[in-house]
Design a protein around this ligand. Structure first.
Ligand SMILES: O=C(CO)COP(=O)(O)O
Length: 131
């Protein structure tokens, strides 16, 4: 079982909901985390159980970053909005930087997220279990 963070900016939340519905059979096998509003939307639209942190602009990205730093997160699926500036951009960059520091796979759009989620279902990320 992997620990997966699900995060979506406002304009990408509908995509995240569709993604969660489509991949619910895979996602339900793992421990899911999300920023506040993203987690609420996923739980409203699926039967998935998601541990929610604060909303992104209020520190949720930082909370997920802290789990990465402590080696308690295995995968980040972050549907970023590339066309809208975010007041908490430093927090977003900090989260992505920590993922690179700790060599955690990150998808920043749905196309990559689909590849990663299919690949973890084939056991491609099993090496994380031994870390
Ligand atoms: O802003 C976010 C990530 O940077 C997402 O936060 P919410 O899921 O609370 O909208």
């Amino acid at each position: 079982m992997l620990r997966i963070a699900l995060i979506a900016h406002d304009r990408m939340k509908e995509q995240m909901v569709q993604f969660s519905i489509a991949y619910e059979p895979i996602l339900e096998k793992h421990k899911l985390y999300a920023t506040g509003t993203t987690g609420t939307k996923i739980m409203e639209n699926t039967n998935l159980e998601v541990k929610r942190f604060l909303s992104g602009p209020f520190g949720g990205d930082q909370e997920i970053g802290a789990l990465i730093a402590k080696n308690k997160m295995d995968l980040v699926l972050f549907f970023r909005d590339p066309l809208t500036s975010q007041p908490h951009e430093p927090d977003i960059l900090a989260l992505l930087r920590l993922a690179d520091v700790h060599n955690i796979p990150v998808a920043t759009n749905m196309a990559t997220a689909e590849i990663l989620i299919r690949s973890i279902d084939q056991g491609d990320l099993a090496w994380r279990d031994s870390i």
